[in-house]
Design a protein around this ligand. Structure first.
Ligand SMILES: [Zn+2]
Length: 384
């Protein structure tokens, strides 16, 4: 089952969707790669800067920025010394002149002083001609417009997620008992709840090479090669963990470099606090866990992602392992992750370690444990 696409502005629907339902459908259907905001690169030549900010074809005349003194960007505008003030030995801070993105300019010491402005133009202005806009200039403006649109799309997605988060959390509330009840494997024995070997066998195919160990156990001239083992090999180990990666690695891998990954069957969502703020008091932690479970249920039932396991880390976080969705869906989640209380740093990084069950958390002394687990996909280990 996959959600149907959202159709907007097509008149009155016979079954109007609530905002929540719209959001449910909008999130997986939008593919967004957050783009970097535009930054002025100091290495840009004066020529390029002039062309990019002031386009002779759209404005009749412009100031030649290369003739100005102490030029810097402020937002979309340019600040510099005012040449007319400097001529009169004023503007010692060299910040009187503001050139707007439109090409208009203004001296803060002589606002609306026509004579002063005329003198500025005499000193550094270029009389415009009706010339063809250079093609690279137009391309730059079009690219910039597309980037701005993308940024606005990401912002509106985040806004929508934030506005509806409270509703999602109350509507998709997932009681602890119901979580337990719905787990394909009953969480009623130490094997399922705490055994890292059983956890590996439940999540990875029998011939998969899986890494487990301490975070630092990777690389260093192959010193930690034994941290990569097949699923049956892990079953015979006494010490497994405390960390794992949600990835399948090449046989003989010695380093947790992304290039050594054969497959990334899971994405791990780390619910570590809404809006990137970690819960501290007991009440905050309880509210955070409730909200996290509701959001996990919403992703599973509302967005139809396939849940693999939920792990309580022993501290304040829940880790939800989902079978990897298509890359565009993952990108749209990345855009809303922080708002939803998910650490975006793990999304799209299957080489990053996360916790195994049955290990004591250094800070709280609590054991990490499984709250929900899919049916095992590897053969049952023989010694169990
Ligand atoms: Zn001036």
């Amino acid at each position: 089952m996959s959600p149907s696409p959202v159709v907007c502005g097509s008149g009155i629907s016979p079954n109007p969707l609530s905002h929540e339902e719209l959001l449910l459908q909008a999130v997986p259907s939008v593919s967004l790669v957050p783009s970097q905001p535009f930054r002025w690169d100091k290495r840009d030549s004066w020529d390029a800067l002039n062309k990019n900010i002031l386009t002779p074809a759209v404005r009749e005349s412009y100031l030649d920025l290369s003739l100005l003194e102490h030029v810097r960007r402020r937002g979309d505008d340019v600040i510099s010394a005012c040449p007319a003030c400097r001529e009169a030995e004023k503007d010692s801070d060299r910040d009187n002149l503001r050139v707007f993105a439109s090409g208009a300019f203004n001296c803060i010491a002589h606002p609306k002083d026509r004579e002063h402005n005329r003198r500025i133009f005499e000193l550094v202005g270029v009389r415009g001609e009706k010339i063809q806009e250079p093609i690279e200039n137009r391309n730059w403006r079009e690219r910039r417009a597309r980037e701005r649109q993308k940024e606005r799309d990401v912002e509106s997605l985040q806004e929508t997620a934030k506005r509806h988060r409270a509703k999602i959390i109350s509507r998709w509330e997932w009681d602890r008992a119901d979580v337990w009840e719905s787990s394909p494997q009953r969480i009623d024995c130490d094997l399922v709840e705490f055994d890292p070997r059983w956890f590996i066998a439940s999540l990875f195919p029998v011939n998969a090479t899986v890494w487990a160990g301490e975070v630092h156990e990777s690389g260093q001239q192959g010193l930690y090669g034994s941290r990569w083992k097949s699923v049956p090999e892990w079953q015979n180990e006494q010490q497994v963990g405390p960390m794992i990666t949600p990835a399948i690695w090449k046989t003989g891998t010695l380093s947790r470099a992304a290039g050594n990954i054969v497959a990334s069957p899971y994405v791990v969502l780390d619910f570590d606090g809404l809006d990137g703020r970690k819960p501290k008091t007991a009440d905050e932690i309880e509210a955070h866990l409730r909200a996290s479970l509701a959001l996990i249920r919403w992703i599973r039932e509302g967005l139809h992602w396939e849940l693999a396991t939920i792990l309580f880390t022993g501290s304040v976080s829940l880790h939800a392992w989902f079978h990897s969705p298509p890359p565009d869906v993952l990108e749209s989640l990345k855009a809303t992750a922080t708002t939803l209380g998910v650490d975006a740093g793990l999304i799209g990084h299957p080489e990053h370690p996360c916790r195994l069950p049955g290990h004591r958390h250094v800070k709280t002394g609590k054991l990490s444990r499984v709250l929900w687990l899919q049916s095992p996909i590897s053969h049952q280990p023989q010694h169990l």
